[in-house]
Design a protein around this ligand. Structure first.
Ligand code: FPP
Length: 247
């Protein structure tokens, strides 16, 4: 099946969020260490970024490291951070060639110095690109993001910069790390797990979920096309009835 030809290019989501899951299980099946799975996961990161940019998707957000991931064995965390630095450094020129801007959300200041530096350099070095924004969620969790936003807002109220009556959804949204990014219309999670795992909870209030039975290192552009065809077959009602949508 050629899924690409089934996509309606006029009705693409502006923003796709992804939970890249199953690297460890993929490696285990092959009798390899978990880090081998993460290394192969980078190929899928490249593939989904390329395919999304080619389709005209404006925002792609990848869950690369959650706040909870610090609880993994030290060796795996260190290897993941090293892989991140290496990948980011290696890919800057490709990002620029493809006019892709790199962005990151999460508690970035708590990342190891080297990872933080590589990230900041890549963000700075790609900031004028405007074909697609590739956001890495790093040391990210939604509950951290929401708590952080509430704290910042409380500080601004205390300073008299804003008062309680002015706080609405739009104002609250402006305190989130995704404030310049539209909410994702589609979220893809690989590996067969059907959870949101503390990811973009505020932003995904109306998002369509697509759970794929493929481990992340095996994810390819056909899986993306298939998810988009599935997404386009759904009726997004935002609390309205079907009849209201056609009127
Ligand atoms: C989940 O699989 C994957 C991660 C926690 C890390 C994802 C990182 C990469 C794909 C590599 C680096 C990425 C970038 C953007 C440079 P898992 O380890 O939870 O798999 P499991 O559920 O099978 O154990």
């Amino acid at each position: 099946m050629n899924w690409d030809s089934k996509i309606n290019k006029e009705r693409l989501p502006k923003h796709i969020a992804v939970i890249m899951d199953g690297n460890g299980r993929w490696a285990k099946l092959k009798g390899k260490p978990r880090v081998f799975g993460h290394k192969n996961g980078v190929k899928s990161v490249r593939e989904i970024s390329e395919a999304s940019a080619e389709l005209g998707i404006k925002y792609l957000t990848l869950y690369a490291f959650s706040t909870e991931n610090w609880n993994r064995p030290k060796l795996e965390v260190t290897a993941l951070m090293a892989l991140l630095v290496e990948t980011i450094r290696k890919e800057i020129s490709t990002l620029n060639k493809n006019n892709i801007r790199l962005n990151a959300i999460g508690e970035l200041s708590k990342l190891p110095g080297k990872s933080h530096k590589a990230l900041v350099e890549a963000i700075e070095g790609t900031k004028t690109n405007d074909r697609m924004t590739l956001t890495l969620a790093l040391n990210y969790s939604s509950r951290w993001e929401l708590t952080h936003a509430a704290k910042q807002l409380a500080k601004d109220v205390k300073k008299g910069l804003i008062n309680e009556e002015q706080i609405d959804e739009k104002v609250f949204n402006s305190y989130l790390s995704t404030n310049n990014i539209p909410d994702p219309e589609l979220m893809i999670r690989t590996s067969g797990e059907k959870r949101v795992s503390n990811y973009l909870l505020w932003q995904m209030a109306y998002t369509e979920f697509c759970f794929l039975d493929v481990f992340w290192p095996d994810f390819n552009r056909e899986h993306l096309y298939k998810a988009l065809v599935d997404f386009q077959s759904r009726e997004r009602r935002f609390g309205k009835t079907s009849e209201q949508l056609t009127n």
